[in-house]
Design a protein around this ligand. Structure first.
Ligand SMILES: Cc1cc2nc3c(=O)[nH]c(=O)nc-3n(C[C@H](O)[C@H](O)[C@H](O)COP(=O)(O)OP(=O)(O)OC[C@H]3O[C@@H](n4cnc5c(N)ncnc54)[C@H](O)[C@@H]3O)c2cc1C
Length: 549
């Protein structure tokens, strides 16, 4: 094929992804020097379209970035008023009192927000400062310089033929070059994955860990709505099958975020995370809240859970990993947005100093040290043993020992356990199907629970069908020749959007990928036991269109 000719545009900093990390970096760069040329590229049709987050926001990131956010009209309108934690059994629940919880778990001072709307507001702030933001632009490739440094990205490739070749309607996109490239793609970013592998950024670190989070927005009976109320649950229906739990956040306008996270290190390939979520809503406490209401939106996204010990090196020549591209979620708090913002700010400050010193294309090592030695490192380090304890010893022991560990870390700054490891990655955790029982899930009733495809319609996801499938199989045969006999092909169940099916054709099983349904959660890239699925970016503007998730 002939070499593809692309126009190139030069910037000081090129930022991939308009989430809280990328937008914070853009804002900080322009606060420091209004002359800097800064561009943000976002694959969603608009800023916020692909943002799925609970969310209870710890405003410390925003306080540091835009101290007068209140006066500037940031959409943080629902302060947390009460914080509830329940252990569920099938028919009832026990409330865990707040006093044994370490102070870091307290949600006082936090806000229930739509992170999509917070990002939309942040984008306005960035644009007012002169940042160029291009939504609907997927960054599909990295561009390397002569010395092996990252010098830019390819963005805006549209209209490829189904086999990936160039056709009459193909737009080849353009190269955007920067003195530094910031990857703020969120969890399991496709370019971030390439950079982590190429430069060995995870060498010597624990494997990154993940959960899959699914979320619905419900409009409920006003009589049951308690604006500012936050509830977390553990226990039923997952029991000992998997780690995870739920969140129920009452925002304003009688709306409630109902979400469920399943840790992806579960062993039983028959487990069906989406159906666990649906079943959860039939718990009497939850059913009572939702009865008479209606579900208005659905979405799903993986969440990083590896924490401190899994965070890769954050910099390589010309490039830095921000926010959840590097995995900055504080797992017991289920919060990562504050660290995403703080990391964006820190990366911007490091790049500003470097550019002022006439540097480019090298490692921003002060960003790395700022994250590790500053507020983000402190936040993640304190809770570093909670996830490995849960994986190794189960829910009850990890609640007690993890609680003790967080107390000693919080008060004394030390852990009795040192730093525990994560062992396997989540794909390797999957065990053969014949070692586990098949789980019988009740059929959704269409009132509280819904089948997967009906729910996916509420993510408003869309992909141009004529483009190549963005979910790439390394070995085309492996789903049927390996995964089906050995693991009962779990892609049929772990995908929260029903992308993967095994159908019968001419009396033989066939693996089908309905990529049009994809909600960009990245679970397949993480959990496939053969590690045979690679999630790549489809063309810009495709994917979910979340309203105010
Ligand atoms: C179910 C769930 C609940 C959560 N609840 C909370 C909570 O209550 N509080 C909290 O603080 N945190 C919560 N989190 C964690 C939080 O969502 C993350 O920590 C946060 O989103 C990280 O921000 P980010 O900017 O790094 O990435 P993201 O918010 O994921 O943003 C990345 C952006 O980059 C874009 N992008 C990715 N790749 C490309 C590409 N190649 N080209 C162009 N654009 C690209 C994406 O479309 C997206 O808009 C939750 C996460 C989940 C999944």
């Amino acid at each position: 094929m002939a070499e593809i000719e692309r126009e190139a545009m030069e910037y000081d900093v090129v930022i991939v992804g308009a989430g809280p990390a990328g937008l914070s970096a853009a804002i900080r760069l322009k606060q420091l020097d209004s002359e800097l040329q800064v561009v943000v590229l976002e694959k969603g049709s608009e800023v916020g379209a692909h943002i799925l987050s609970g969310a209870v926001l710890d405003p410390c990131g925003l306080d540091a970035l835009i101290p007068d956010w209140k006066e500037k009209g940031a959409p943080l309108n629902t302060p947390v008023k009460d914080d509830n934690f329940y252990m569920l059994g099938e028919a009832g629940q026990i409330r865990i009192p707040n006093f044994p919880m370490p102070p870091l778990m307290n949600n006082h001072g936090n806000y229930i927000v739509s992170m999509g709307n917070v990002c939309r507001w942040m984008a306005e702030q960035a644009e007012e400062l002169g940042v160029e933001i291009f939504p609907g632009m997927s960054c599909s490739e990295l561009v390397y310089g002569d010395n092996g440094e990252v010098k830019g990205v390819v963005a805006g490739v549209f209209g490829l033929e189904a086999d990936g070749s160039y056709g009459p309607n193909t737009e080849p996109g353009m190269e955007l070059h920067g003195k530094y490239v910031f990857l703020s793609e969120g969890v399991r970013g496709s370019l971030s994955k390439e950079v982590i592998t190429k430069y060995g950024l995870s060498d010597g670190k624990e494997p990154q860990k993940y959960g899959v989070g699914m979320k619905e927005i419900w409009e409920i009976d006003p009589a049951k709505h308690k604006e500012g109320s936050v509830t977390h649950t553990m226990g039923w229906p997952l029991g000992s099958n998997a780690g995870g739990g739920s969140f129920i956040y009452h925002l304003n306008n009688n709306q409630v975020y109902v979400g469920f996270v399943v840790h992806l290190n579960y062993k039983n390939p028959h487990l069906y995370p989406y159906m666990e979520f649906q079943r959860f809503k039939h718990h009497p406490m939850v059913a009572d809240l939702l009865k008479g209401g209606k579900r208005v939106a659905y979405g799903a996204r993986a969440i990083t859970e590896g924490g401190w010990q899994a965070m890769p090196k954050l910099v390589a020549p010309g490039v830095a990993l921000l926010g959840c591209s590097a995995g900055m979620v504080n797992v017991p708090r289920i919060k990562g947005n504050h660290n995403a913002m703080l990391s964006g700010k820190a990366a911007a400050e490091a790049a500003f100093d470097a550019i002022r010193a006439d540097r480019s294309g090298d490692e921003l090592s002060t960003y790395e040290s700022d994250v590790r030695d500053g507020a983000i490192g402190k936040d993640l380090k304190m809770v570093r043993n909670v996830k490995p304890m849960w994986s190794k010893w189960g829910l009850t022991a990890s609640l007690m020992l993890g609680g003790l560990d967080m107390w000693t870390n919080n008060i004394l700054g030390l852990s009795l356990f040192g730093t525990l490891g994560h062992d396997k990655n989540d794909a390797e955790a999957t065990e053969p199907a014949d070692q586990h029982r098949v789980i019988d899930y009740p059929k959704p009733d269409g009132v509280l629970s819904f089948d997967r495809l009906t729910n996916v319609a509420f993510a408003a996801t869309n992909h141009e069908e004529s483009q190549p499938c963005h979910l790439r199989l390394g070995d085309q045969q492996a789903p049927i020749s390996v995964n089906l006999p050995k693991f009962a092909e779990p892609a049929q169940r772990y995908c929260p959007a029903g992308v993967y099916e095994v159908v019968e054709k001419d009396g033989k099983p066939e693996f089908v990928i309905n990529f049009q349904n994809c909600v960009h959660c990245k679970t397949c890239d993480i959990k496939d036991p053969s590690q045979n699925i690679t999630w790549t970016t489809p063309q810009g503007g495709d994917g979910p269109n979340y309203p105010n998730m």
